[in-house]
Design a protein around this ligand. Sequence first.
Ligand SMILES: [Zn+2]
Length: 468
Amino acid sequence: MSFADRLYQAAPGWMQSMLLNGYAFQLHRQRFGAEFRSLFADWEASQWWDPARMRAHQDERVRAVVQFAGAHVPFYGRHWAEHGVNASQVQGVGDLPLLPTITKADIRGAGNDMLSVPPAQLTHGHTSGTTGSPLSLWYDRETVIANNVADWRQKAWGGLALGDWCAVFLGRVIVPVEQRRPPFWRANHVQKQLWCSSFHLSEENLPRYIEEIRRRGIRFLEGYPSTMYIVASFLLRRGETLPLRAVFTSSETLHAIQRDAFDRAFQCPVFDFYGHAERVVFAGECDRHGGKHLFDEYGVTEILDDEGRPVPDDQPGMLTGTTLWNRGMPIIRYRTGDLSARTSARCQCGRGLGRLADIATKAEDIVVTPDGRFVSPSVLTHPFKPFDQLRKSQIIQDAPDHVLVKLVPSSDFSDAHLAQLEAGLRLRLGDAMRIETRIVDDIPAERSGKFRWVICQLPHGCQVDWER
Ligand SMILES: [Zn+2]
């Protein structure tokens, strides 16, 4: 945990609100300045361009990124030379298949050789770690802004404008886990977000959250599908609804059974979007909800077969992305590890942006603590994020008060790292849960080929029937 995190955890509630708003103000200045407003306006226009005009725009930008990377990023100079290609051969999107694809292992192996400038000049990020092996990433300023514009365009499609309040259930520890009484939330007045704790979602506490959202008149909700499902299935079990204008979900596969529960519990459309820390693919739903639109201004998305060749439209393949922004750490032809397909037909909304079918990612489960709190798998990824030294991990709940955490570490994973990881899990699961960590050689996928990062073996009211 960083010093700022420790300070936040130790502070009284009023000071937590102050710190949170100070932090939000800092983020706000970085993310919502004149450059944000100008790029947002550009993308408002470009979403309506016809595909040929967008392709020409992508050609120009991809050429510039590839040439920059070839000249300024040591990894690509070497890697492309080994494959007998050079940057000048890439004049546009159609030439990308000349370049080799790269994986998470390549980025990890390259270290600072993936960067064009020292890391001190860049913003740091991590992959979510749901595959159990988080990765360190770096963004330049333009990438931070473009990512924020992408996020806000998706929100705008769902009817959320800057200034509208939104209740957010993500992975940050907002309120100490030991806290027994509300408020289990903190208001962020800068970004108009009610940051709700994802770690107090018990049958006893859920009515308090719902009352608070009603009391404040909040009409938008954002969170991981599994967390939103905890809220929705609670409402439905009690025969209640919480009518809203839109629900935004991301980071996990949104299952049909979950979307159906959101429709009924929140009586509004769900806008599911796909983005990731590598910042090469962003895709989101428009109000027609026919799959997702690719944000073509953000990156170039390819669907490839096992040999790295493009597959035809409407056929599934590996989702692969190339940045059109990040000069600090250019990520070019990156295999995300997720499966999807491009859809050839234009969307009825009239936007010229490409389209993507549903994305298959990992299926996960919900942990329930001894004191009855439901904990989404995505929020449990957070304690894993600092550890590049973990190759794989898995969390199995096999008793009401016991989780087994399997770890496949690399050689530089130390006892201090392990202690820090355990402390992060303790912070989220509470003192009543016994947390057993076990170092193992490998964690095989299930027979279906799916890798479930969290497996809860106990029956409870928020479980998703993955086979449906
Ligand atoms: Zn559309």
